[in-house]
Write a protein that binds this ligand. Sequence first.
Ligand code: UD2
Ligand code: MN
Length: 599
Amino acid sequence: LSALVPSWHDLETVEHVKAIQRRQKFPTQGPLDKLSRILKPNEIVPAVTKPARTLHERLKPKLSGSIGRPPPPRQDLWDDLGVARNDEEIQERETGYATYAFNTLVSRRIGLSRDIPDTRHRACRKLEYPKPAHLPTASVIICYFHEEYHTLLRTVHSVLDRSPAKNLQEIILVNDQSDIDIATNLTQHFHRNKLDHLVRVISSPERLGLIRARIFGARQATGQVLVFLDSHVEANQGWLEPLLSRIHQNRSHVVTPIIDIINADTFKYESSPLVRGGFNWGLHFKWDSVTRDELQNEEAFAQPIKSPTMAGGLFAMDRKFFHDLGEYDPGLDIWGGENLELSFRVWMCGGALEIIPCSRVGHVFRKRRPYGGNEADTMIRNSLRVARVWMDDYIEHYFKINPDARKVDYGDVSSRLELRKSLQCKDFKWYMDNVYPDLRPPSEDEDDALVKADRVRFEPWNKRTRRYLRAFWIRLSGTRFCVRSAGEASVKKSLLVLGPCMRNKEYLWYETDKQEVILAQLLCLDAEGKDRRPKLMKCHELRGHQEWKFRSAEASAIYNMAAGLCLTAKEKKMGGKVILDVCSDGDSHMWDLSEIEQE
Ligand code: UD2
Ligand code: MN
């Protein structure tokens, strides 16, 4: 997959990256304690830095329990928000990972709203949109299944804070038969703050899965445009206007923002490069690069990008067009496939799908989905329905990758086939020739690679350029013991122990510009796992459990971003275990990281 994944530096100008880095440096504010102030669920934090015209501003005097403006977090200190300061917090974080698949400790500490870097390209500043009164109204639909409370509230508040009041018809939260307590808390929260005319919490009669839940929500919406969002996102400055304005120009435009990355371990907000949506013959969504040729001049960074498919979670569409076009296939279960189905349908039946670079929404990319059940089976069944209805003979390409799918029962698709007929949609060959000519049929020797790529989850692109900064020993301060792999340096899952500081591979650690610590340039020091034993694992370049903070000095702690724990010598002796523990300035936590001169 890496070959398919565009790298940031290919696409964005260096100046753009620098500008974002500059913006990320917020003015210094008090100590860490202030930052990690813990908000109670019923606390309301007025929005930070918003244009006066937003709804939140208008409502501010009416908000109850107001505790004033939170300090804008310094981006470099966000990292520290993940530190667990005692066993209770470690427990909280671990339960959070198990239930929600992200760092809920950090999420809770951030609270209801926060400043995020404005990641729009500077070319966006030159654009002007019609006044809110001339743009359509929007119903924002957010379906959730067991979502973490603060993350969900932050999703809603980011929309309230950063959308023009005139255009925000309503926010509809669809509780997909998950936590009834959370639904009650939400309802009370919005009632207390006199937002219940705007934010509606509705519950599905049974577990619908995200696709049917969206249909359920959309049918109750009254705005002119439907905007779908996941339940773990943060809408950025000026996100809504570009979307509405493009639909206003032509109601058959279906538009998506750029999906920025909220790190699941640290909640750091990062800009995404310009990419478009594609798919492979396993019918998995993937990102395709926007070529240099398409970005010749600066204006291009602000122009809509035609996209063969969408990722699925975040998009806006004229409400009537959504219904006329047949909503979603209600036969699709739980998760997956609906994004390709809608993408094909939009293109083949008279619409156009576009990514709008000046609209930015951050999304928490998780490494797994905490839904249980047999995900793979659901996905095959869903994909099969999509392929049967829309792909004509091209379905054979899918069977080539997934031979077993031939035998899978995909239910009744007759009403969807009728829909295709009544809408007089073009055929799949037209789609391939005109919308996605870059996708080639699978060739024999590519099969293997494709199947492998299929197993790669829906993740933001890896940034696959690594620079080694220096080599060093990790020596326990005041001793002659160094950290080494228990086995050979190349053996995955090796644990770490103390040994005499030697010049072999097993002792030779490298620091990279991604804050990884790599043994012998082979495997990454990794803090994942409940056993609190750091291990050597394949480098994944997604930071998290492979991101370490330390000073290149004598007596430095080495702590892991995602675990929020420090590298610790359990016993100060030869062969003593190296573990992860709550950070303190005790001497079993202090390491000398002096550089090794390379001969
Ligand atoms: C992506 C999309 C997601 C959806 C999915 C394919 C983005 C950012 N996300 O995966 O929106 O299109 O691909 O289907 O493009 N949910 C329910 N009921 C369920 C299961 C999930 O309401 O039974 C909610 C869930 O709480 C979340 C949303 O549906 O808010 C999307 O699910 P996800 O976040 O697990 O999907 P994601 O982002 O991995
Ligand atoms: Mn999601």
